[in-house]
Design a protein around this ligand. Structure first.
Ligand SMILES: Cc1cc2nc3c(=O)[nH]c(=O)nc-3n(C[C@H](O)[C@H](O)[C@H](O)COP(=O)(O)O)c2cc1C
Ligand SMILES: [Fe+2]
Ligand SMILES: [Fe+2]
Length: 396
């Protein structure tokens, strides 16, 4: 299936409705995804990106229905990751001499993945490739999200091909942002930002300012995953700017795990204390052992403060909590406050340990945290409520 976007650009990608896990099992894709590839026809013909490896044969077969492969003059590889370059080996078997335009890091990474000496043409920001009446302008986007990442911009049509940036793992029967459920779209876009792009927020900010400085008119942003932004495409750029600048909402998220529900009861009592002082604050609870990790991370991203709870087990913490804290550490969230809580039976190390891990995550501790012996009694629950009230005030 291919879809004509305008007189010169055709979408030749793949919608992957079945996908439920991406990056191994690192990223949950409840709504599938798509791998967007584009054919640009002027006097010359350029193919921008391909699709994920499992769909390579299907992709090339489909492309042949759209065009004689020998008519493709240039291949543009905006990003070497397998979900976009995975069909290159299949394609290059048919047209082995076609030049592949990419960044220097892109050429290195493509060689590193496929071990082929294809005809790489290295490009830098500001380089232009004439297609006849229109040009492709290249813009390096280093570390957004790999060292090789790049955007390209089609003049006359004013289309930005942004690859992973501004994307969403979101399969739909539609292709454009104005056609889909807006809440679903927002959810997938913010999840994508929180889980993939947060560590690069300062670069996102810089890159967007650089792009604005180029003063290029923008009619459409063609991403490499999910829907394309044609209705007010600047909205997602503005949204990224907000997300990149230490984003937070008036939300406090409690994440915990428990063996015998004591730590859950603590979480609920703390949450009720927060609500007493700060009824307007969104307060959300997640047992991370039973929750989707990426959804929890998205809620952490939106929060001004998080509370993390684990009972003590073998003088330490539950592995689910250790795992999510490791995830949070790597994502380098900024400007968030935190505190720890948890039940214990004798030695009770968990709260201190979580506190230390939260500090390593770059979070500011609001409090030393709160412990409760065995399953909390009425007094302990009352202390948790008080703790919640203090947290609500400290998180202001
Ligand atoms: C396998 C296991 C190991 C434990 N190890 C410790 C420990 O090293 N130190 C400690 O203070 N409590 C330890 N405990 C006791 C728990 O922290 C205690 O039962 C707590 O109340 C459980 O909280 P929960 O209801 O949130 O699961 C352990 C409990 C279990 C089941
Ligand atoms: Fe990627
Ligand atoms: Fe991707």
């Amino acid at each position: 299936m291919s879809i004509q976007l305008n007189a010169s650009v055709t979408w030749v990608g793949k919608k992957d409705w079945e996908l439920r896990e991406f990056h191994g099992v690192e990223y949950s894709t409840h709504r599938g995804s798509s791998y967007n590839s584009y054919l640009v026809r002027d006097e010359k013909v350029a193919l921008i990106d391909t699709v994920w490896q499992p769909f390579a044969k299907e992709f090339v077969a489909n492309l042949k229905k759209e065009i004689d492969l020998n008519e493709i003059d240039y291949i543009i590889a905006n990003h070497s990751e397998i979900d976009h370059s995975g069909a290159l080996p299949e394609l290059m078997r048919e047209i082995p001499n076609t030049p592949i335009y990419c960044t220097r890091n892109g050429a290195r990474a493509l060689k590193g993945h496929y071990h082929q000496n294809w005809n790489f043409v290295e490009v830098k920001t500001g380089d232009r490739l004439s297609l006849g009446k229109k040009e492709l302008l290249f813009i390096e986007a280093r570390m957004l999200h790999w060292p090789d990442s790049m955007f390209c911009y089609l003049t006359e049509d004013n289309i930005l091909f942004s690859n992973d940036a501004f994307g969403q793992h979101y399969a739909t029967e539609f292709l454009f942002n104005d056609e889909v459920d807006q809440a679903e779209l927002y959810q997938e876009a913010v999840k994508y930002y929180a889980n993939i792009l947060t560590p690069f927020s300062s670069l996102v900010e810089k890159k967007i300012n650089e792009f604005i400085g180029l003063n290029l008119p923008l009619s459409m942003i063609c991403t490499s995953h999910g829907i394309l932004w044609r209705d007010n495409p600047v909205q997602i750029v503005e949204q990224y700017m907000k997300w990149a600048q230490d984003y937070q909402e008036d939300q406090i998220t409690l994440i915990y795990d428990t063996m015998w529900n004591g730590t859950r009861r603590m979480a609920e009592a703390i949450a009720s204390g927060i609500k007493m002082v700060s009824p307007e604050t969104a307060v959300k609870l997640f047992n991370v052992g039973r929750s989707d990790k990426n959804d929890v991370i998205t809620e952490v991203f939106k929060s001004k403060a998080i509370l993390v709870g684990s009972p003590t087990i073998n003088r330490g913490i539950l592995t689910s909590i250790a795992a999510i804290l490791e995830e949070i550490r790597g994502l380098e969230f900024r400007n968030k406050k935190a505190a720890a809580f948890g039940c214990y039976g004798w030695s009770g190390e968990s709260v201190k340990m979580i506190g230390r891990l939260l500090t390593e995550c770059g979070m500011e501790l609001m409090d030393d945290g709160i412990r409760a012996l065995w399953n909390p009694d009425e007094d302990s629950i009352a202390q948790c409520v008080e703790f919640g009230k203090q947290i609500a005030a400290a998180a202001r």
